[in-house]
Design a protein around this ligand. Structure first.
Ligand SMILES: *Cc1c(COP(=O)(O)O)cnc(C)c1O
Length: 376
């Protein structure tokens, strides 16, 4: 049997050595690994903003909400078409998510419905505190429209770029554009630390507050004293060391992901009814984390998303429907939602395709066979 082909598996070098950690290292050296990793991420992002390494992207979103001043009962505008990790920290804070539909071009938060949601919240007497936008599958939102709106309304923008490391919008690295940026180094992301994330903030003061909160809010005394509720959110030093190694292959991984996109682009060019998701203009550069398609069964002679997914599964090839929008989730379907059916249609007709940095020519051959056998 061939090996299974996954959507986006972790890829480590064959022998993991951790050159940044020596046996007998004392605390200072261990902490230095974390600081080095933060510098490494900051250099990649080509930014003067501050970077805080944490144990997950989810904890980065939680801290961003706290720094943005989101408290119990506050409203947070959130893209509905996203992964649940994006919305859950709103509930961790005891705040209330207000979900917004996507636009057709980027599949990310619709500026039009964002405005509608904001207006309606204000009419009901409550001004939203923050906006969370996701760069789905590595492609940015329309950040120009969102930032312009946020500036007028004086509302903080949290940029969930968990999937989008290496992507850009108008030549700016994703996660450096909003008031707060998030990256994830979870196992399935474009580089991994075996679990980890980053929060990007504008000022040193915010960085210090984030580290304070991420390390149990210990006060600066010889004994342990706590006035504020803290968390255990700092990245582990072994994870940071792994991150330093993985960032060496980021450029290479980005190229491989782009080649995967080119492969699918050629593959689907002549298949009517299948549309590969792509950058809407030269302002957007995706990191091609996952390649995704929409299938219109009225044009494919009745073949739908599930038919293709099952055909892949039979050959031990992983393909998955796009994220199920938050407003359709049992956990979240009682919260407000503004928009139409864009995200719902994406969920019903969209499929994520194998896009790992290790996708081989043999793998591509097997994927090609499934497509040809199903559509011809
Ligand atoms: C992966 C992901 C996260 C969470 O990152 P973790 O590091 O797994 O906590 C958040 N948002 C989106 C859109 C993601 O894909």
């Amino acid at each position: 049997m061939d090996r299974p082909i996954y959507l986006s598996p972790p890829v480590y070098e064959e022998h993991i050595v951790i050159p940044h950690i020596q046996s007998g290292d004392v605390y200072e050296n261990i902490n230095k690994v974390i600081l080095d990793f933060e510098t490494c991420v900051q250099e990649h992002l080509e930014t003067k903003k501050e970077v805080i390494a944490l144990n997950s992207g989810t904890s980065a979103i939680h801290l961003a909400l706290i720094l943005a001043g989101v408290q119990k009962g506050d409203l947070v505008l959130c893209q509905s078409m996203t992964f649940v990790a994006c919305a859950n920290p709103i509930l961790y804070q005891g705040a209330i998510p207000v979900f917004v539909d996507s636009e057709e071009s980027t599949w990310n938060i619709s500026p039009k419905y964002l405005e509608e949601a904001y207006k309606d919240c204000c009419n009901k007497g409550k001004i939203p505190k923050a906006i969370i936008v996701t760069s789905l599958y590595g492609l940015s939102s329309n950040m120009e429209a969102i930032l312009a709106f946020a500036k007028v309304k004086n509302i903080k923008v949290i940029e969930d770029s968990a999937e989008a490391l290496g992507g850009t919008y108008k030549n700016k690295k994703l996660s450096t554009i909003g008031d707060y940026g998030i990256l994830s180094f979870n196992l399935n992301k474009i580089v991994t630390t075996g679990g980890g994330g980053v929060l990007v903030v504008n000022t040193l003061k915010e960085k210090e507050k984030a580290i304070f909160l991420a390390t149990q809010a210990k006060e600066n005394l010889s004994y342990y004293q706590h006035t504020t509720l803290g968390y255990n959110y700092r990245i582990g030093h072994l994870n940071a060391a792994l991150g330093l190694i993985q960032f060496n292959v980021l450029k290479d991984n980005l190229l491989k992901r782009k080649l995967n996109f080119n492969f699918y682009n050629t593959l689907f060019k002549n298949i009517i009814g299948v549309t590969l998701h792509r950058e809407p203009s030269a302002d957007y550069v995706s990191n091609c984390w996952l390649n995704t398609i929409l299938i219109d069964s009225s044009k494919t002679g009745g073949i739908d998303r599930e038919d293709l997914r099952h055909a892949f599964a039979k050959e031990d090839i992983e393909a998955r429907p796009l994220w199920k929008p938050m407003h359709l989730q049992p956990l979240y379907n009682t919260f407000s939602y503004y928009g139409n059916t864009v995200s719902e249609k994406l969920f019903n007709h969209g499929l994520c395709l194998p896009s790992g940095s290790n996708l081989s020519d043999t793998d591509k051959g097997r994927i090609e066979n499934v497509i040809f056998n199903l559509f011809n």
